[in-house]
Design a protein. Sequence first.
Lengths: 518, 404, 538
Amino acid sequence: MTKNMDSQYDAIVVGAGHNGLVCSALLAKAGKRVLVLEANEQVGGAAITREFAEGYSVSACAHLLYQLQPEVRKELKLATRLVCEDMTTIALGEDGKHLRIKTDSVEGVSDEDAAQYRDFRKRMTRFSNLLRKYFNKCPPRLGTRDFKDLMTLGQLGLDVRMLGKAEMESLLRLIFMNIHDELTERFENPMLKGAISLDAVLGTHLGPRSPNTMMTYLYRMSGDHGRSGIPAGGMGSVSNELAHAARSAGATIRTSMPVKRIIIENGRATGVETESGDRFDSLMVISNADPKTTLMKLIGAQHAETGFANRMSHLRAKGNAAKLHLALDGLPTIEGLSKKDYAERIVIAPDEHYVERAFNPAKYGESSPNPVIEITFPSFRDETLAPTGKHVMSAVVQYAPYGLKGGWNDEAKAAFMKAIIDTLSKYMPDIEQRITASELLTPADIEREFHISGGHWHHAELSLDQFMFVRPVNGAAQYKMPIDGVYLCGAGTHPGGGVSGAAGRNAARTILSREKAA
Amino acid sequence: MSIVQEPVREAVPQGPLKTPFYPRVVKLDTVNQWHEWKGYSSPDALYCADLEYFAIRNSTAVFDLSPMTKYRITGPDALDYLNRLVTRDMAKVKPGRVAYAVWCDDQGQVIDDGTIFHLREGEYRLCCQERHFAWLQAATIGFDVEVVHETDEIAGLAVQGPTSYSVLSTMGVKGLEDLKPFGLMHVDFQGVEMMISRTGFTADLGYELWIDPGKALDLWDALFAAGTDYKIRPIGTHALDLARIEAGYLAPYAEFLPSDETVRTGRSRSPLELGLEWLVDFKKPNFNGRRALAEEKRNGSTWQLVKLDIEGNKIAHSSYIFSNSKAKGGSIGFVTSATWSPVCKQNIALGTVKAPHGKPGDTVWVEIYYQREMHWNREMAKATVVDKPFWFPARRGATPPGPY
Amino acid sequence: MKTYDAIVVGAGHNGLTTAAFLAKAGLDVVCVEKNDYIGGATVSRNLYKDWWYSNCSYVCSLLRPEIYRSLELHKHGLQVTPYGGSLTFMQNGDYYGSYHDHEAAYREVARFSRKDADAFKNYSADTMRQCRLIRDFLLRTPPDPTSFKPRDLMELIRIGGKINEMGEDRIGETVRFWTMSVAEYLDEYFETDVIKTALSASGIIGTALGIHSPGTAYVLLHHYMGDVDGNVGSWGFARGGTGAVANAIAGAFQAEGGELRTEAGVDKFIVKNGKVAGVALDNGDEVHANVVVSAMDVKRTFLTCMDKSDLPEKFHNRVENFKIRGSSGKINIALDGLPTFPALPKDSPLYLADMHFTDSMERMERAYDDWKDGTWSKDPYIDMTMPTTNDPTMAPPGKHFMSCFVQYCPREINGREWTQEDKDGFQKSVFDQISNYSPDFKDLVLHAEVRTPQDIENEIGITEGNIFHGELTMDQLMFNRPVPGYAQYRSPIDGLYMCGSSNHPGGGIMGAPGANAAREILMDLKRPNTVPENFGDD
């Protein structure tokens, strides 16, 4: 192990995912000497743009920007240019009769459904605003007598009460409900129910009938009320912007530097060792990796206590979302769509039962024969992504369970690919002829390429038992691992995944305020 | 599926099982008083608990330990594993040595206590009252170690008392004279390996013998043949428990509850509260409960285990403990084990009191109820907190031991 | 015409409990029941020769001992006898038995996994910790978190204190327990599929959820928090069938001077100026009182027996949105003799156990997928008991009564009513499954009564025939049960109260909703309280 002479840092951030970058930038801005070590060649983690076929580039994992917190934008002075903004969701119908769902209105449904939708969104907005406030705070510890924690809890209680009696009653009921019931209570139109339930289950191991899916829906809305956009140049641009902010503030970012382990000496972190044998010293190591990887691989569970390690071993983090990239020699035909509609977000989730049935096989370690799909054509407005006249399709496809029976071998991948193409072909009859190259990233691939255990969108399943006070697990919910000097700042911590920057920002703020208190 | 036509297996046995020594123990039993101990029949007494007790203090007592829960721990990380598991520093326990240890949950509350035998370099046996396989398995995360449940594979006998050295020597065990307390050695017994440790639950000269169950009866026969002249006696649990209290040793479900079985808050105990601070090595960077125990050490404990020397001769079973004779201010704790010590002629007890009460030398008051011919009496007995075991004779540690 | 102090609508066990406690306080109470028998779903019926069927609910554990004791139910003929263990037959011919003898139970688990055997105590302790928390809430009225009334605030503070004293770690575990799925909860303790399966059933019985649905770990408590003679978590049979419970409570009610009127179904509640004035019966008669208590489920109470115009719109909508889902059916069988189970040794104590035939988590969850698809499970989960192995009074000597609780079974088949053909198919799924393990079973069947949720709804009156009068999901528990703002047994109509299982703490033969409602009514009437408090447990 070579010891780098000039290697004493105030903080080392392991992983230059977007949360790691946000955390680094904020710490650097506060005057810390920060080193960021990234395993891959590019910064961004799962928020990158990369070439998947010659001449064709795409946002490799996350492809829609809808959660980036205004606080992050403001504090880091981000000015992300979007090629698509406030995208309409077009829910495809097989007969060419599609629904157009905007942030607060919907076209193609009965007047009653349209009115209900407005009401639904109004209420969801109110609740998601409240949640958003707490998504940008370190969750308080429960059962302590710490004044600050009690204050935060008291504030939460007060905020809930301030909603007023009726809304408070609704929130305390809704938060535990499944999206299926709420949609059934409100709407008639199956396509509308399908499209909304898709929003609730994307990135999770849940079906619309699973309790918790109201919460996951609110989570999705907690950014910009669910308004999605596509950054110019793909998601990598956001990461590059964040990296720029971090560097400008004085942070050092080194890529192709996979960290082998966090060095624990005498019960505390003293630095990291890279795969190449370099050692960097710091009394603070902040992991942007998922919590399980952080403990089991980087720290070593032997440095934690048994109860904690055991709890972490039970953290549920098995992804279901696959990513499909197609290089197309032209846009596929979709009946009933006008040209400009290809700039929108297109979903295949024809009704809520369809979504639920897509989920069923995932429970048994099988992939969906009729998957749900979220589609964008990022090249439609962004010529940098594909050769002129050609296009890229970027799609999130569910359910492709990480723990597939028999594993994700070539055969299994081919079978799932066929299921996807068959599903797409129902709406895009010429899609197969248009494909010149393709890439399918299953959760197993995502795990391998992006170093996320289970290839999970949120680094750890987003459900109430792994939420807020208990995310990722008891004893590590305040961004601090129970090993001195080790912190977490990734999606596996509160509030969760998506390109929001909230976890990274909260981690940085918690670290700085702890330091101040000490 | 096909229709089930016949059983594919035998049913598991109902009721207590018989230990490998059972055929011999039952032959010597005259009172038929048994209880179940971790799935096995174990005698309360075999002829008379009082006389059996004196076998421990006067000659040689033999107690069937086979139901003790045993785990074998091996692998490159066995030492590191144990060091994270228990509170004391296991690096100091060399091969051929035995360590008394406690292990805690993350909150620093005692799960159980037991003995760890360092059988050979890197090979350990953990021996305890309760079953902990789930916890011990969970504790393997991050270690290259194998934990095997071997309770049924090892038969055990405690051979305790002043003549025990003579009995074993007569039986032909060589090299016993050099075995110190908490030492262990492997010897040949009729062609199989037997492990002998100088350990016990009696605070007297004594050994424990560990052997393949197939050889159990031969061992018993050889032992009793060698011991006849040294007044060897089989004993039951009652006699052993009496000796245990005199020694001031803890028993689970009396002095503490395994913390993973408590349902109510605050009913478990930390090692500091059990007077086991000497077993907690804060110099180790990490072990289960370290953080919580360090905090407890800073802020003070809630409870304190006490050894009580109580005036009079009325046994203080389950008594409340008070700080004054008028019981003012409510009780400060309660007695967990109590007995009349026949060898010390003392009324003794173990108990748990709220800190800061219970420092050695303190006086407390014990509320004793006792019955005399249909008549119940209540007595507030003065008691002194003592810090040494009630019984701890020099012969216990003598190496080489005396002949009796 | 006579005006009563109170009318209780529905002579199920909760209605009778409320009635008994009101009568005990000296009120002049009448309990009206639509059927010609009392008990509702807590009933023993003589439907075939000399056999008595516990034809709806069939086991007893949750009945609060405080109520039992306070109403002196033993004097009115109730006797609950614990029964022998539990058994799951496996497709490979093996079985997993859970014995009363602790060490035998340990050895049985250790056959599959020593780790699981040792983990059992951790599982039990951790689950019991949650049980203790919830047991404390059973005979108490849930506080309204939106209210500023001293009583609600005090109760909220009390609950907060109780939770806080558990300490950080155990609070975290509690938060997780209340929100996770039973499958995930069990995964944290056990590795053996059949053991997890056997335990998981308690997380879904009576609910329209699968074992992988979040929130089902909590449902476990509804099967563990009961006790027989202080033996927490154990189950028993009422001697003479489940009807003995209702008969005993009715006996206590009548001994206090209460009046029971059967074949008196309620058509409508009479509401005048926002106040209840009595009930109009199906036969056109009216019965008058200023206090009316509905033991019917909340949907039937407000959607069927009341005009929409009499209710605030928001309340009406919320009742409409209350989820009561038919998810289980029942088959009651008269047997000519004891069926044999060749997998078991002839004299196995497990012949006294309740038996199951679902041996994998996947089969358990797939049974739920069928229900989601609008049909009964083709490979259902069956909880099969033969109370007559224990109770000599329910069938002629040497003969047996078999009760099969079957899940999942929907209220409607793909949105339509059940046909005879459907019922035959449902019965066949059950009979075939049992026959795989008992070749002589089918030949011993003398009579079988198939009860789908539709049958139970039609006869007993419970919406969708749901055993809990409403799903036990977090959005319908505590202060959310039955609807937010009305979780204290009062309705928006003055004088109209609710005492059925749609209310906190929910269903099972517990009596707690009935007792709690009585306490609230007596409080409103400024009468001395006759309802006992929870036995303490510290």
